[in-house]
Ligand binder design. Sequence first.
Ligand code: DC
Length: 695
Amino acid sequence: MSVNDGGQPGDGLTTVRVPGDKSVSHRALLFAALAEGESRLEGVLPGADCQSTAAALRAMGVAVPEVSADGAPFTLRGVGGGGLRAPDAPLDCGNSGTTARLLLGVLAGAGVPATLDGDASLRGRPMRRVTGPLEAMGARFREKGVMDRLPIRVLGEGEFRGGRWVLPVASAQVKSALLLAGLLSGRPMEVEEPGLSRDHTERMLRAMGVPVRTARVGDPGGADRWTASIGAGPHALAPLDLRVPGDPSSAAFLVALAALGGAGKGLRIEGVGLNPTRTGFLDVFRRMGVDLEVIPDEVHRGAGDAGDAGDAGDAGVSDGSDVGEPTGTLLVRPSRLEATEVGGREIPSLIDELPLVAVLAARARGVTRIRDAAELRVKESDRIAVTAQNLRALGVTVREFPDGLDVEGTEAPLAGRAPAHHDHRIAMAFGVLGASPGCRVEVDDPAMVEVSFPGFWACLRDCAPRRPVVTLDGPAGSGKSTTAREVAARLGYLHLDSGALYRAVTLALLEADRSGRGRPEAEWSELTVEELEAFDIALERGADGFRVRVGDRYPEAELRTPEVTERVSAVARIPAVRSWLLGAQRATAREGGVVTDGRDMGTVVFPDAEVKFFLVADLEERARRRLAETRDGGELGAEADRLARRDREDAGRAVAPLRRAPDAEELDTTHLTFEEQVSRVVERVRGREDSHRGP
Ligand code: DC
């Protein structure tokens, strides 16, 4: 993965590439291992799933080199169809369904005994859809754990007879496993499926000289059915020379990111695989209003186009590599999204992208309906249930159905946690949502993305425009804190109440003095930074902002007692206190997207903040608000006097006095409602965000 801004000067799009296609990478490793001779592979996905395939092949005697993190080219000497050795130990397929299912076909066809196993998530996924047909055609298996689940032993005995199989549901993994069993046993094999599942196996085998035929067959019911067949062998596989195209399923996350406005003016995603069995998401995204252009790479017809590949409907799309896999560039810009309906025959070509469609739907106008996608329940997680739960936890209205979802789009801020349930595509779909304007999403298992998109989080960060830092300064009682908190919530930014820091120091000093361990109040002005450090006061990032920790507690009400309020201005005047707190405050805004309030946020702490306000209000109005806030009755005049005294102290001190920054907009809130104050600030921040983005 790489990012730069210099791709095509002028259009403001950021140029990115995505890692190699996971499906193609698995097959490239596996088929090159079975070939006779040396293959050259470039851009193989280094993700955990493909590492599982590589490791399994090594365990069977194939010298697969290290798959490097940057997709650098390497050569792989194949052992030929009959050259796989029975492994000494169970083959660990990790999280990878493709590894397990393709190997079941290979081992059964080649008659190599081996046990296949996987992680907890893979052990939960059905395998009989592969072992069932293989068994019916003569292969023998033993389920060593739970019925229909890994670990499963391929016995390597019995004779695989080949034949014809009709799949109830279109599935590339099952189709490939059966074709591979036919290939390695030398028996003819034909697989029929309702709708064309991804056809990388057929294309790559053809490119390697194996006559695999693909045909569209009529169906009395109207819908198209497809067959893929391979004749009787023996078949020798010629070595590959392959540059793996960028994974369209990975590109889909970036397309969604750019459409949601999480990537500035937009993205140019280069070298993306455009195999029509994979790009159903482009049609659905377009229907949802995604501003998308597809520029096919130059056409050079490869050996892979022998046979009937043209039937796959890719006329007009170029072939950018030598295995008949078309590639191209996607241009995507921030978009106004509309709801859509997804179902029926289009499902197989965007099955991996459906959680992402649901995420886009959460930001689209109207209710999006996804149906006929029950298959999603047996992916790396139950993607229907998990997507529904996570969207709901963020505040989206979702209805769950056995085979899909209804998602009601909203413009409201979305915030909360989205557990990944050990599923890379869930982690990424919600990562994309979290990186888009007005959203804040915590993904609990970010490392899961390594399965298919190493470097995903860094890519999101690099694509994102920097979100502004917003400062709200002003005198006590001007409504800064409540306004700042609400503004942060609406924008999905983090809130920092700097006054709470000064209050926490005051509280800690008071407690130390009272317990006899600290300096008496009269000497506080002589405090040093070293003495302050002993108090262990820190800012910690929570779900919606920073909170102050004092030792092992998070004081809140204690920060607002009259004892603290009376003394805090004097404490805030101490130079050591101010300089000690400066670093911690600045650290909160490293990534932008922070709304801070205080006295010197726009002048001293964040002089470069993109959006600055200075809130003022009549003294009497401020006193009234304070009394309403503290609810302890009190007398208006006395409260006004207290505020005036604090204003004088805060504005009159030598260090960081309360002042309007020259570039801060003054907002007199005396006659404004809370809603009016908040929307004034939110609108200005949105204007700043848009200036990074719009044309
Ligand atoms: O906003 P507040 O009332 O919680 O602030 C408490 C005191 O802290 C206030 O009287 C001045 C001081 N303060 C400061 O000096 N600089 C800041 N950035 C924030 C607060």
